[in-house]
Write a protein that binds this ligand. Structure first.
Ligand code: 13P
Length: 256
């Protein structure tokens, strides 16, 4: 089954509105030649930068994502963001359960699950992040950790729901460290995730789910990673913060 490549830039807590606008003004020219049929290109700015970016990317092939979503429609949830607020700005994708939220902000598989359901109900494409810590990898617990995250984060989803979900595999030890998983190791883990999704939702659904790799992905390793059978794109941190490095990564990822 062929799955369309999806490259998403997770800007994390970087770029003011003015900086974000400048980045995408440059980026949209650099990626204008990438056919929509070949790849989904997504940028996920901080909340306060989304509106300016939305305006700047109008009519381009760049799509908009957010970095979190709350499960309630509104209410007393200081510091959180609701579906309608993102919808109004033209957001289509939402990153959920990034390891930084799990590590520093108490995100659990249960809250990930609530956020995923809210995102789906509002018509967003959730990008659900999973990944093991270094000590879990070294202790031989990677598969168990991933299984628990997938089972918990995707609990109660129907096959139809799952058809709209993107999974991002981000080994925590590779994020921002310059230590990318080798293509072989990443593929082995992506294959495990694929088999788990096949078991949970059936092969017709599991084989269609796009699984991104994240963790020190750059222009020079993107091609080899995306060439793997079960790697369908990337979730990019550092290399997404400059138009030229992100554009080069996108082009290499889809190069024949
Ligand atoms: P880096 O690309 O900076 O390693 O970050 C990966 C990541 O966490 C994307 O969500």
């Amino acid at each position: 089954m062929s799955r369309k490549v999806i490259i998403a830039g997770n800007w994390k807590m970087n770029k003011t509105a003015a900086e974000g606008k400048a980045l995408v003004e440059e980026l949209k020219k650099l990626v204008a030649d990438v056919p929509v049929a070949k790849a989904d290109i997504v940028v996920c700015p901080p909340f306060t930068t989304i509106a300016a970016v939305a305006e700047a990317i109008k009519g381009s092939n760049i799509r908009l994502g957010a970095q979190n979503i709350h499960w309630a429609a509104n209410g007393a949830f200081t510091g959180e963001i609701a579906a309608d607020m993102l919808k109004e700005l033209g957001v289509e994708y939402v990153i959920i359960g990034h390891s930084e939220r799990r590590q520093y902000f108490g995100e659990t598989d249960a809250t990930v699950n609530q956020r995923v359901k809210a995102a789906l109900a509002a018509g967003f494409t959730p990008i659900v992040c999973v990944g093991e810590m270094l000590e879990e990898r070294e202790g031989g617990r990677t598969e168990k950790v991933l299984f628990t995250q997938l089972e918990g984060g995707l609990a109660g989803l129907t096959k139809e729901d799952m058809g709209k979900v993107v999974v991002a595999y981000e080994p925590v030890w590779a994020i921002g460290t310059g230590k990318t998983a080798t293509p072989e190791l990443a593929e082995e883990t992506h294959n495990y995730i694929r088999q788990t999704l096949n078991d949970m939702f059936g092969k017709e659904i599991g084989e269609g789910v796009r699984i991104q790799y994240g963790g020190s992905m750059k222009a020079d390793n993107a091609k080899e990673l995306v060439a793997q059978r079960n790697i369908d794109g990337g979730l990019i941190g550092g290399a997404a913060l400059k138009a030229d490095s992100f554009s080069a990564l996108v082009h290499n990822a889809i190069a024949e």
